[in-house]
Design a protein around this ligand. Structure first.
Ligand SMILES: NCc1[nH]cc(CCC(=O)O)c1CC(=O)O
Length: 307
């Protein structure tokens, strides 16, 4: 049997995800050879600017996609949160793996919860989605820029640059640092980003051999949820980094989908939700987006584009 080559970024979290896919493939297909092709993306090289200013989240995946298109790799493993809404011709998502904890984590060396932070405390995050929801709850907080991989962010917290930082719980759990999570923000405090906590696999759409090999790694529950979340994001044109949250849960065969668009200062937060059968998530996700647009989401989002 042929060798499967996995394109991955070199950050600890990206490598964990690629190793996970390699381990699962080898588990389901004994005798299969799986190799990692490690690459550095523009998003990893430029760490001193907000993502939105240097080209958005697509920066993390473009180099991996080029490797697929040029035949240097067969599959690309991504955090679903970082996967753009559309794909180059000939590429597409084949597989969505079981979701890890989807919530945002409150991480601090001195405080155990958001509401314990003193007046004016400094909180690190460069996500407008987190910023607007934190400021809504705590307008007194000083939100400060924080980018870099998980270890870099934790080092900056430990240096004393922040009273607390907010990170995806999934990244900390996967890197065996769950002990850094003081508590997870509830979905009422901070609604997660579309796809947060899920790993997705992109392939050349015509490659049916690879598609077959990956089939046992797919988790339909996660896929139904994440596709609904992404449909909402796509309708809002969540292309570059934007203050948009979308999260869905399965309750039996029913999807409960919630979306949010916020003004970065937290003074306006628009919210919408819907329920639908799990097979209707994409249509329902679009409906949630349209409810947000009716409330004025487009005004908030287009003001950001012109900043
Ligand atoms: N934007 C970077 C990124 N992409 C995926 C994760 C975490 C894990 C995940 O959502 O799967 C992170 C780090 C973070 O937001 O703290």
């Amino acid at each position: 049997m042929k060798t499967v080559r996995i394109a991955t970024r070199k950050s600890a979290l990206a490598l964990w995800q690629a190793e996970y896919v390699k381990e699962r493939l080898e588990h389901f297909h004994p005798g299969l050879t799986v190799e990692l092709v490690k690459m550095t993306s523009k998003g990893d090289r430029i760490l001193d600017a907000p993502l939105a200013k240097i080209g958005g989240k697509g920066l993390f995946v473009k180099e991996l996609e080029n490797a697929l298109l040029e035949g240097r790799a067969d599959i690309a493993v991504h955090s679903m949160k970082d996967v753009p809404m559309s794909f180059p011709d000939g590429l597409g998502l084949s597989t969505i793996c079981p979701r890890e904890n989807p919530l945002d984590a409150f991480v601090s060396n001195h405080y155990s919860r958001l509401d314990e932070l003193p007046e004016g405390a400094v909180v690190g995050t460069s996500s407008l989605r987190r910023q607007c929801q934190l400021l809504k709850l705590r307008p007194d907080l000083a939100i400060r820029f924080l980018r870099g991989n998980v270890n870099t962010r934790l080092a900056k917290l430990d240096n004393g640059e922040y009273d607390a930082i907010i990170l995806a719980a999934a990244g900390l759990i996967r890197l065996d640092m769950a002990d850094r999570i003081r508590n997870c923000l509830t979905t009422e405090q901070c609604l997660p980003a579309a796809g947060q906590g899920a790993v997705g696999i992109e392939i050349r759409t015509a490659d049916n051999v690879i598609r077959q090999l990956l089939a046992p790694l797919h988790d339909q529950d996660t896929a139904d949820r994440v596709l609904a979340e992404r449909a909402m994001n796509r309708r809002l044109n969540g292309g570059c980094q934007v203050p948009i949250a979308c999260y869905s849960e399965l309750q039996g065969d029913e999807l409960f989908i919630r979306g949010l668009v916020g003004q970065p200062d937290g003074r306006v937060l628009l919210e919408a939700q819907t329920r639908c059968h799990r097979s209707e998530g994409e249509t329902a996700g679009i409906q949630v987006a349209e409810k947000l647009l009716q409330q004025g989401a487009d005004r908030i989002l287009s003001e950001l584009m012109h900043d």
